[in-house]
Ligand binder design. Structure first.
Ligand code: FES
Length: 163
């Protein structure tokens, strides 16, 4: 009876050990590659470049309809990559959508109000200042103003350089 009980315990330990290893192996991809999703991209017909400004038609995208939403603008031909965050009813933050480390795209976490590199390794405050990551550099932040249903982004100026 004791022997049978001992076998059961041993078997249990063996099986649970195996299960623990399997669980750890199963989790490995998530633990090693814990990145962050990039901001969704705004459709091309919702924005255009006009001289030194990028104009976003807010009525043509639903990606920024709520406070805390974020969206990306990508124009490969003009090398323009921005991330826009709606921080208030009529207030937005616009940053360069390139991590200073290796220029990966960014996402935004409305809970903590920080920008995150898709690798999950770099973080930045809403004002672009560095929080953590391999390269201690800020994000470039662009001036923007809302005019009716359009968001006007000044591509030539950035708030960080004015400090
Ligand atoms: S590219 Fe963002 S941390 Fe490396």
């Amino acid at each position: 009876m004791n022997k049978a009980r001992e076998m059961t315990r041993r078997e249990f330990l063996k099986v649970s050990g195996l299960m623990t290893s399997s669980a750890a192996i199963g989790l490995m991809p998530f633990l090693s590659g814990c990145g962050f999703p990039a901001a969704p991209e705004i459709d091309q017909d919702a924005f255009l470049v006009d001289g030194d400004h990028l104009i976003v038609r807010m009525d043509k995208t639903s990606l920024l309809s709520r406070v805390g939403d974020s969206a990306a603008v990508s124009m490969e031909e003009d090398d323009i990559h921005l991330i826009i965050v709606r921080i208030g009813e009529e207030r937005y933050v616009v940053a360069l959508n390139e991590c200073p480390h290796r220029e990966k795209r960014l996402g935004y976490d409305p809970g903590s109000e920080i920008f995150l590199c898709v690798t999950g390794k770099s973080e930045f405050k809403l004002d672009g200042s560095y929080l953590k990551g391999p390269v201690e550099a800020p994000l470039r932040i662009y001036k923007s103003t809302q005019e009716g249903k359009t968001l006007l982004i000044d591509l030539k100026t950035d708030k960080m350089s004015e400090r």
